[in-house]
Design a protein around this ligand. Structure first.
Ligand code: LLP
Length: 433
């Protein structure tokens, strides 16, 4: 469920017309609905009520301080992947003791920082990392809570760039090696073997791969728990969202694919997994990112030009691949709607940005209402892996971000000033001033 809908002819975010935000703050502009963020969290939280659980928001999907604060206030924890992300949690008033720290390349400095912050657990990706965490913990006279990430070798059938649960990729430790790794880890000083973690991939719209992975890993968790005295099992993130028909998914008919197939819901996820997880008697951690933030955000952009060629109708907008890279990078589909509802025949259009790359597009051959210069468009489902993957490519300033709650709206990231882009650069000393 989300809070973007037409009221009359106008697209609203909750009770605020999106056009008023675009006029006030300029475009490109990310708009987030706080009610939607909270709604997604609470749906998942209540579906999992039969389990002792902690939802750790994968903040790599959206790390705006206001978004972090929203989940912190709901009692959530955070799945972090760098010292920078842990610092963001602290800056947003979140609790580092509810942070898990994942990633294959943690540096000594990052490990030391996380230990000093008293994080919940390291999600460890290799034996070399276990040894390093132990060494740093000894030096700092701390006990490091760790969970090894198991790679269950279950194919999540998702996009090649976001699948993680098979032996083809760099994540986790092979299922068959895990017990031996824990046995060796138990001999390392200053480690507390606190749990086991897994994550099989992202944008999973079917519960089956989750069921397969949990069924495969749960007996391993039981055995390890008996030996090492665990207190949690993290089943990762990956819950998928509706990208096609995203606007319609805000209505009660949500969670249907264009073919009308129902996709994973918090309830179907819980109904499948709770019976498998409950008997473990452990706290269950989750690391959803996209599910919580994806459909809670849109990217608003203005049409700059219409350019017709022999073959194409190009709608050139002021947002670009540097603001939302998903279409260019993964060929992802993002629904595009006009901020002012338009009737009439649809025109097959390519929506493109101003960046000097053919890959700088948001849609190809997409039937869209006829639009003209100055019209606002909204790219839906841009709340996850949107702003966070932004760059200054072509010396384009990072866009502003607004959060809406009911009738209120707040600028939660001001637009970057252009000189800030090179603010930390200088010419070499021998080049003069
Ligand atoms: N846990 C781990 C260990 C992860 O690697 C990820 C995502 C998550 C949780 C959260 O996954 P989610 O619930 O959001 O699916 N940039 C790509 C997605 C990359 C996902 C990376 N890992 C995209 O735009 O689709």
């Amino acid at each position: 469920m989300h809070s973007f809908r037409y009221v009359g002819q106008e697209l609203y975010c909750e009770e605020v017309p999106v056009s008023s935000l675009a006029k006030k703050h300029g475009t490109p502009l990310f708009v987030y609905s706080q009610t939607t963020l909270a709604d997604h969290f609470q749906r998942l939280d209540s579906a999992l009520a039969p389990l002792d659980h902690l939802i750790c928001f994968a903040m790599k999907s959206n790390s705006n301080l206001a978004v972090i604060r929203t989940f912190a206030e709901l009692g959530g924890g955070f799945d972090t992947v760098s010292a920078g992300e842990i610092q963001r949690v602290v800056a947003a008033g979140g609790d580092p003791s509810k942070c898990v720290f994942a990633g294959v390349g943690k540096t000594e400095e990052e490990i030391a920082f996380a230990l000093k912050q008293g994080i919940y657990s390291f999600n460890v990706e290799s034996e070399a990392e276990l040894a390093r965490i132990s060494r740093v913990a000894v030096r700092l006279k701390k006990i490091a809570p760790v969970a090894v990430r198991v790679n269950p070798n279950v194919d999540a059938h998702t996009h090649a760039k976001i699948t993680t649960g098979t032996y083809e990729n760099k994540f986790g430790i092979q299922f068959e090696h895990i017990e031996a790794v824990y046995a060796r880890a138990a001999k390392l000083p200053n480690l507390r073997l606190r749990g086991l973690q897994m994550h099989i991939g992202s944008q999973l719209t079917d519960v089956e791969p989750f069921r397969k992975a949990v069924e495969k890993v749960a007996p391993l968790v039981s055995r390890l728990n008996a030996r090492h005295g665990f207190d949690f099992f993290s089943i990762g993130g990956g819950l998928g969202i509706v990208y096609r028909d995203a606007l319609a998914s805000g209505s009660p008919a949500w969670w249907k694919t264009p073919e009308g197939r129902k996709i994973l819901t918090p309830q179907s996820y819980a109904d499948t997994l709770v019976p498998l997880l409950k008997p473990l008697g452990l706290r269950i951690l989750l690391e959803p990112g996209r599910f919580l933030s994806g459909n809670a955000g849109v990217l608003v952009t203005r049409v700059e030009y219409i350019k017709k060629t022999g073959k194409k109708n190009f709608v050139i907008v002021d947002a670009a691949m540097n603001d939302l890279i998903r279409p260019a990078f993964y060929d992802s589909f993002h629904e595009i709607v006009t901020v002012r509802r338009k009737g009439g025949a649809k025109v097959s259009s390519d929506v493109v940005g101003p960046v000097c790359e053919s890959g700088d597009y948001f849609a190809k051959d997409r039937p869209l209402p006829k639009v003209g210069e100055g019209d606002y468009l909204a790219l839906l489902s841009a709340g996850a892996y949107g702003s966070v993957m932004g760059s200054n490519y072509n010396s384009r300033a990072l866009p502003a971000e607004v959060m809406v709650k009911g009738r209120k709206s707040a600028l939660v990231r001001r637009r970057q000033e252009i000189p800030e882009i090179w603010g930390n650069e200088s010419v070499a000393s021998w080049q003069g001033r």
